[in-house]
Design a protein around this ligand. Structure first.
Ligand code: ZN
Length: 393
């Protein structure tokens, strides 16, 4: 399905612009008209992380006239393995600012708009309304559903991408012409079922594979060339080295873009909608959460504790709390972990940041270990407050 161009052409290109974009201009499908459309285009990239890095670099180089970047985070050393828009000297700097500096270096002829803030239900409609198209480079379900809902409510197209280990997906969601993200995924996955890249890892170069598909699609939608990924989901497998696309139909029953929508404004709380931690886990953790420093003082005092690390073996290998026994979360879910727990010791669970251990805590408490606790903030909190010499990941 081809679609009309999203953006009207700018009046003209300057001599500098003609020189800079000549390799675009000599492609008949792009030409002067297409490049003028790019010049007039306003594109917002949500997140200057794994997907945002390549996306922003290529959108800038392509001559998208106004390029917005929204990110609240600061550059961390563990970002540099894949977030190539940032460099060593940017560590500790706000990502939005670091990304904007790289963009200006690549193309001084475009305008960069820095939104050094969290995208929230309070500001998303206003921020999005200043742009023609959104590139979604977020890494969590709460923001993804919020981006989708805001884009549908504003009638704007957005290019979505997702990455995990060696697998990537991308699509263009534009409710006027095809399905939205909720048509494909009506409900968020159960809490804890889909690991994030921070939990499961991601091959750095996968970001470039998917981020470049997103830019490719953005350029097509802006200029009206080719057949954009509207109504199709691109699935990339870096190990098999295969790309395949599957049809995604608009769901007439979609609560957002269907015939009788029940969601007609933004949800109040997307975190709650996506339930970062399940209700059972929240209940289990309430009153049964200790700090990393408390665990350290218990260990130093020789208390009778049994510390269980519920992360995956490769995470345990990177860094672990001294004395912790590794029993991955999957063994709690299938029940086999329970027989390995001693009856005569206080069970202390921990994971990377406290979400997985809270899920396991609910299972352990249900099995009768009523005085079990978990470590809020997980091993990351241990590194921060107890032993900063250990590597965070
Ligand atoms: Zn929909």
């Amino acid at each position: 399905m081809s679609l009309p161009p999203l953006v009207e052409p700018a009046a003209e290109l300057t001599v500098d612009e003609v020189r800079r974009y000549s390799r675009h201009l000599i492609i008949p499908d792009v030409g002067m008209a297409g490049q003028k459309r790019l010049k007039n285009a306003k594109v917002l990239c949500v997140g200057a992380g794994g997907l945002g890095s390549p996306a922003l670099l290529y959108l800038a180089a392509a001559g998208v006239g106004t390029l917005g970047v929204i990110d609240f985070d600061v550059v961390d050393e563990s970002n540099l393995q894949r977030q190539v828009i940032h460099g060593q000297s940017d560590v500790g700097r706000p990502k939005a600012e670091s990304a904007a500096a790289s963009v200006r270096e690549i193309n001084p002829l475009i305008d960069v708009v820095v939104h050094n803030e969290v995208l929230t239900t309070e500001n998303v409609m206003e921020v999005f309304s200043g742009y023609d198209l959104i590139v979604d480079g977020t890494d969590n379900f709460a923001t993804r559903y919020m981006v989708n809902d805001a884009a549908v409510l504003l009638g704007k197209p957005y290019v979505w991408g997702s990455i995990y280990r060696f697998d990537g997906q991308a699509s263009v969601f534009w409710a006027e012409h095809g399905p939205c993200y909720r048509c494909l995924y009506p409900e968020p996955p159960p809490p804890g079922m889909v690991p994030s890249c921070a939990e499961g890892g991601v091959l750095g170069v996968l970001c470039a594979s998917i981020g470049s598909i997103q830019v490719n699609e953005a350029i097509k939608v802006l200029t009206g060339i080719g057949e954009p990924l509207v109504g199709r989901l691109m699935i990339y497998d870096a190990l098999e080295m295969t790309y395949r696309s599957v049809k995604v139909r608009k769901d007439p029953e979609c609560v957002l873009c269907g015939k009788n929508p029940t969601v007609t404004e933004l949800l109040e709380d997307y975190e709650a909608f996506c339930g970062a931690v399940s209700a059972e886990a929240q209940e289990a953790a309430s009153g049964s959460t200790i700090t990393a420093a408390e665990l350290k003082s218990w260990q130093d005092a020789g208390e009778n504790v049994y510390v269980v690390d519920v992360r995956e073996p490769n995470e345990y290998e990177i860094v672990s709390i001294p004395g912790a026994v590794l029993i991955p979360k999957g063994e709690f879910l299938n029940g086999s972990a329970l027989e390995r727990l001693p009856q005569d010791k206080k069970i202390v669970l921990h994971c990377k940041s406290g979400a997985r251990s809270a899920e396991c805590l609910a299972i352990v408490k249900n099995a009768g270990f009523s005085d079990a606790v978990h470590v809020g903030g997980g091993v990351l909190s241990w590194i921060k407050t107890v032993d900063p010499s250990l590597p965070a990941y």
